[in-house]
Write a protein that binds this ligand. Structure first.
Ligand code: T68
Length: 832
């Protein structure tokens, strides 16, 4: 806005008075006090930890804003290719600690807060997690934002500003209870942009008209309008001024004349009802992980978010006055799963209906712009929308989908004539009752690259789910980008002592920017003092978790015991049931021993955490079983410290930061071929924990990197799963005898009501054991026993731990983002 810019002669005053944010401890304190006394209107006589958190965040935020503004100006001025990451979920966790570490202000803040009478850990602990995601997919998006900024890529995230994030989990009488997560009371990390709004249309009809040249043009008319308002969240990179933007859209009623008329004519109630209906769109995050429930409001969320984001992206592009053909040179858009696939259709609509491009020219631009990431092969997670629903909400989009499909099928027919079966297999429209739009197929056809998230997963995509598309488009369109995690949050922030120890040995914190530098610690593996400190840090992290368990569950656990952890969403395919059946087997085995024999056993704390989707009954049964077992085992005097079974309530990002550094063994035990990648496996190993796992997802690549002597693999392989399932259904299905004993114990009432867990048992015994719990049981038990033995040799164990961490360099999300940039986005960082 040139008219708003300050004239040249007065700019000197601006430059002279430039606000720089705090630069040292004294200035930090001054800023905190100023924010307490003015922004918060309080004083030292009523400054509690909440107020201190608020003021600290506001002081930090001021620093972020300055860099954020400069970054945006720089990116606009240089006009290089931008990356847009479209994700319905960003599981960011807490922002304050991350911001302090990334901009290098933590020690100043720590000392400053101390002088003001606060401990920095307590202040950090005041923050409510930003929990706009379910699990791995949403957390991956958050790690990607950290890497994009840290690597200086010009990139924006686009998402929805849910009023309620993932529900808070309470455990009452052993059962999960969901409580709404209202998190926006005070959120210093977001900036409402009431001037950045987009009107989003739903419903109505399509009228065919003609432009001035007689060309047919579709007009989408009528229906309702909902307004999207932008909320911006600055995302700072580590050790760089780059501060990128995450733009989240919030919905509200469009302030059209219509509403005013209603309001003035006395129809107050219905005008308020309109308001509420509009606000419903961004009200709540759907709490399902790896499941598609096909709800109408979910489709509305998707279109609302995608349309607002594309309008924004196109508006920014048009300011550059470039030709449309340059759009894909300037813009790469990544689809995080199929949730934003309507973006493909929306961009085609904008280019053809609004900008007047020819269909083919437009389609070329669209397909060159988009990339699509698939996160799962589970059939129940693949999105499909009823044609009738799309027709009702998005009539013009349905027409475009039909045309895209027609032209696509025509091209297939040309290449593979007379293969009607192939056409019906790959059709974007499933000819079922009712007809459905297959979103994954639309995403493939609408993108130039499709990737899976770990090698095995990408191979499975190419050989099973998307096989026909490999034949049609060629293998080059499909690729793998193995997931990674940000070492800033998942090592430096979560495990500061380990990060410092590593830094002290290898000459500073460079490994946080190039994680492969971790390999330099392997040369110290025989250094006695180093090993001792390594072990002490793990122990201290376990003590911290033990204290947390004491304070929340009033249970004493011995920090010297082996801590065995499985924290992730509860899902049958992730097999927490295998873990708890294993724990029951352990309990029964201990009970059957003489007291002398028991004394020789390795004490263990079996720790679980994770949310079940509110409608996922089986997952909730698993939680109930874990708690029921804990209730018996934890107070059994025969057992004492030998076994504790702990369920940690409300697992989330900030709890993960405490739990992960405290584990000796973590479990990544999905049925082979079902887990896309897994990312917590990487976080645990990076923190010096060993893992027990199946040959699934990224476990396979972790094994390749760290060496098979440093990981405990067990169970059947993915290539054998189909045959085993076939045998369960058509052969005689015998259940593992040790597992049978576990079932007998449960059904004799050892852990409460005898019949409470029949469904969990039946799934294995009577209904085909789809997840191969019985097939893998003995191998699981044997491997756990091997772990007990190996844990007793602490020298060997510490060696494995150090070597594993040293070899984890590959699993940084920085490596992952660089691969996306090179192979999919063709984008480069912007020098600062
Ligand atoms: C996860 N997917 C994969 N989905 O399960 C995991 N689903 O293997 C992988 O490591 C991770 O993605 C990152 O690639 C999910 O987390 C969801 O949360 C989800 C959300 C909505 C609908 C369907």
């Amino acid at each position: 806005h040139v008219e708003a810019s300050i004239p040249e002669p007065q700019r000197e005053a601006w430059t002279r008075n430039k606000f720089q944010g705090f630069q040292n401890k004294d200035e930090f304190e001054k800023e905190v006090v100023r924010h307490v006394e003015t922004t918060l209107a309080r004083s030292m006589f009523n400054c509690d930890e909440t107020a201190a958190y608020s003021a600290t965040s506001l002081a930090l935020r001021d620093r972020l804003i300055l860099e954020w503004n400069k970054t945006q100006q720089r990116q606009t001025y240089r006009d290089s290719k931008r990356i847009y990451y479209l994700s319905l979920e960003f599981l960011m966790g807490r922002a304050l600690d991350n911001a302090m570490l990334n901009i290098g202000a933590k020690s100043v803040a720590k000392d400053g807060l101390n002088e003001l009478g606060f401990r920095i850990e307590d202040i950090i602990g005041q923050e409510h997690d930003a929990a706009l995601g379910n699990g791995g997919l949403g957390r991956l998006a958050a790690c990607f934002l950290d890497s994009l900024a840290s690597l200086n890529f010009p990139a924006w995230g686009y998402g929805l500003r849910y009023r309620y994030g993932i529900f808070k989990q309470e455990i009452i009488d052993g059962y999960q209870v969901e409580v709404p997560d209202y998190w926006l009371d005070f959120n210093p990390w977001e900036f409402p942009r009431h001037d950045v709004t987009v009107d989003i249309q739903f419903g109505g009809y399509v009228r065919k008209g003609q432009d001035e040249n007689g060309k047919t043009i579709a007009h989408w008319e009528g229906g309702e309008i909902v307004q999207a308002v932008a909320y911006d969240v600055p995302t700072p990179g580590y050790d760089t001024p780059t501060t990128n933007n995450l733009r989240l859209w919030s919905s509200k009623a469009a302030s059209g004349e219509f509403d005013f008329q209603k309001f003035n004519s006395g129809d107050y109630e219905s005008s308020v009802a309109d308001q509420q209906r509009a606000e419903t769109i961004s009200a709540v995050l759907y709490p399902n992980d790896n499941l598609d429930r096909g709800k109408e409001l979910r489709l509305k969320q998707q279109y609302f978010w995608v349309a607002a984001s594309l309008y924004d992206i196109v508006r920014r592009f048009k300011k550059s006055k470039r030709a449309w053909s340059e759009f894909p040179d300037q813009i790469a858009i990544q689809l995080n799963d199929t949730h934003p696939t309507l973006a493909v259709v929306e961009l085609q609509r904008i280019l053809v209906d609004i900008e007047g491009l020819d269909w083919d020219d437009a389609w070329k631009i669209v397909t060159t712009t988009f990339g699509y990431t698939n996160h799962t092969v589970l059939p129940e997670a693949l999105e499909k929308w009823p044609v009738t629903l799309v027709q009702k909400l998005l009539p013009r989009h349905l027409q475009i989908i039909y045309d895209v499909n027609l032209f696509f099928l025509q091209s297939v027919e040309k290449k593979f004539p007379n293969d009607r079966d192939l056409l019906s297999r790959v059709s974007i429209i499933e000819e079922s009752q009712p007809k459905m739009v297959r979103m994954a197929y639309l995403a493939i056809v609408g993108s130039h690259k499709v990737n899976g998230v770990a090698e095995l997963h990408s191979d499975l995509l190419q050989t099973t789910l998307f096989k026909d598309f490999v034949t049609i488009f060629g293998a080059d369109k499909f690729t793998n980008v193995t997931n990674g995690v940000t070492p800033r949050r998942w090592l430096h922030q979560a495990n500061p002592r380990l990060s410092e120890l590593i830094a002290s040995k290898i000459g500073g914190h460079g490994f946080l920017k190039d994680l492969t530098a971790l390999n330099k610690i392997e040369q110290f593996v025989d250094d006695k003092a180093f090993r001792k400190e390594w072990a002490e840090i793990k122990y201290a992290n376990k003590v911290r978790l033990a204290k947390y368990i004491k304070s929340t569950l009033d249970l004493n656990v011995n920090p010297s015991a082996l801590f065995d952890v499985q924290v992730k969403r509860i899902h049958e395919y992730k097999r927490q049931q295998l873990n708890i059946f294993g724990a029951i087997h352990r309990y029964l085995t201990l009970k059957a021993m003489s007291p002398e024999e028991r004394k020789k056993q390795q004490p263990r704390v079996s720790i679980y955490g994770g949310k079940a989707a509110p409608g996922y009954w089986m997952a909730k049964q698993i939680i109930h079983l874990i708690n029921s077992v804990g209730a018996v085992v934890n107070k059994d005097p025969d057992i004492g410290d030998l076994l504790k079974v702990i369920f940690l309530e409300d697992y989330n990002v900030s709890k993960a930061e405490m739990i992960i550094p405290a584990s000796d063994i973590s479990e990544h035990i999905s049925t082979a071929g079902t887990e896309g990648s897994g990312t917590s496996n990487m976080k645990f190993v990076l923190n010096g924990g060993l893992i027990i796992g199946t040959c699934d997802g990224a476990n396979i690549e972790i094994t390749r990197e760290i060496g098979q002597e440093n990981i405990f693999l067990f169970g059947n392989l993915s290539e054998d799963v189909e045959d085993l399932r076939h045998a369960h259904t058509y052969g005689t299905h015998t259940i593992d005898p040790n597992l049978t004993k576990v079932f007998e114990a449960i059904q004799s009432g050892t852990f409460g009501e005898a019949n409470d867990f029949n469904a969990l048992i039946s799934a294995v015994r009577d209904h085909g054991d789809y997840y191969l719990v019985s097939d893998d049981f003995q191998s699981y038990i044997d491997t756990q026993n091997m772990i007990d033995t190996e844990y007793r040799n602490q020298e060997e164990w510490v060696t494995k731990s150090i070597r594993s961490v040293a070899r984890m360099g590959f699993f940084s999300s920085d490596r992952c983002i660089n691969e996306y940039a090179e192979v999919i986005w063709n984008a480069e960082p912007l020098a600062v």
